[in-house]
Design a protein around this ligand. Structure first.
Ligand SMILES: [Zn+2]
Length: 378
């Protein structure tokens, strides 16, 4: 039993001042106003916000989720936990089917054990024209047989699959995945606004890193972006590092879609939290310079952006730094992705929810992380 008294907290209605939290067995058992700390309660300075929920992340701290070594996956999980991510998907980049099956079988027990909240397949059902840092030769339109194999290997742990909606068979696959309880994300797409509308009609509900790896907006050829910002059925991911998407565009997207339809994601890769240098992503060579990860082109020069080196903590501070309120940033970093993905009992500070919280200051800087009622050693 732990009692925490928060100067300020982000609760479901919004900002609150003077809040007492009681925690037992990893859950909040009391959330109530209290003008001053009760006896024995630990006083938290600054803001208590819901623990961060990252629904698009490939690795970090030198460890990759695309692995058949559960300890490596746990190392990536531990790295991001220290940076505020208390609930996380594990994202896999394009690989051949046998490799993906082996990786899914590695990650599934970690989801069942509660270490991960689900697995996200970013590929192989992507457009070669918008491949980003995915191996072109391994990209393929979806087939029922491939989808069946992936679903079976995941053993109920598949949470999201990114699909380019213009590919042959994409809409049937979308409907099938949604029926199996898997969210379909529109992304790595060269499709237009009509393709996107059809995908939403078929049940797609997420946009994989909006703006990145899709057609840009044009006033006469709008492409995916305006539909995804406008349609209530879609939650859009934004990579909040100021490099993938300009701050002006982040503000515009949040204003257009609203706080309840935008998710902060890291899209972090193995080099996150590591020095600049050479790394790999899905078997492709990546060079990281000043924290920017890019594929190595054939002539050795830096090519396509290859994931990020962002943490949720840095993304949260970025959002506050470009003008979002702390409660607004908390929606994007926790409440919205949790609710939209149906992750019950996380992403919110309320009685019965997992006792996950991050302590941040007025500029959004993270100082402490509580997961399931236990302070994380940072
Ligand atoms: Zn990614």
């Amino acid at each position: 039993m732990t009692d925490l008294w928060c100067e300020r907290a982000v609760l479901p209605p919004g900002a609150a001042t003077g809040v007492l939290l009681e925690v037992a067995d990893g859950r909040f058992t009391t959330v109530r106003p209290a003008e001053r700390p009760t006896e024995g309660a630990e006083r938290l300075a600054g803001w208590a916000v819901p623990g961060f929920v990252d629904t698009h992340v490939h690795g970090g701290g030198g460890a990759d989720y695309a692995t058949v070594d559960p300890d490596e996956a746990l190392a990536a999980r531990g790295f991001h936990r220290r940076h505020g991510t208390t609930s996380s998907f594990a994202s896999l980049v394009t690989a051949d089917l046998d490799t993906l099956v082996a990786q899914l079988r590695t990650l599934a027990p970690l989801v069942h054990a509660g270490e991960l909240a689900g697995v996200h397949l970013e590929g192989p059902f992507l457009s070669p024209a918008r491949k980003g840092a995915h191996t072109e030769a391994l990209l393929t339109p979806p087939t029922p047989a491939a989808v069946d194999r992936l679903l079976e290997a995941a053993d109920g742990t598949l949470a999201m699959v990114t699909v380019a909606p213009e590919l042959p068979g994409a809409l049937e696959t979308t409907a099938r995945l949604v029926a199996a309880g898997v969210a379909v994300a529109i992304g790595h797409t060269d499709g237009d606004e009509t393709d996107v509308r059809r995908a939403l009609d078929a049940g797609a509900s997420v946009a994989t890193h909006l703006f990145n790896a899709m057609r840009p907006i044009h006033q006469r050829e709008p492409g995916p972006v305006p539909v995804l910002l406008d349609d209530e059925r879609a939650m859009v991911e934004l990579i909040g590092d100021g490099f993938h998407v300009h701050p002006d565009v982040v503000r515009m997207a949040v204003a257009a879609a609203g706080l309840d339809r935008v998710a902060l994601v890291t899209d972090a890769m193995v080099a996150t939290g590591m020095p600049d240098g050479g790394y790999t992503l899905g078997g492709l060579d990546v060079v990281v310079r000043r924290g920017e990860a890019r594929l190595v082109a054939e002539d050795g020069s830096p090519g396509s952006i290859a994931g990020s080196t962002l943490t949720m903590a840095a993304g949260f501070a970025f959002l506050v730094g470009i003008g979002l309120s702390v409660p607004g940033a908390a929606w994007l970093a926790a409440s919205t992705p949790a609710r939209r993905h149906g992750l019950d009992g996380v992403g919110v500070i309320e009685v019965g929810a997992a006792a996950d919280l991050c302590v941040v200051d007025d500029s959004g800087r993270l100082s402490r992380v509580l997961q399931r009622g236990v302070w994380v050693d940072r």
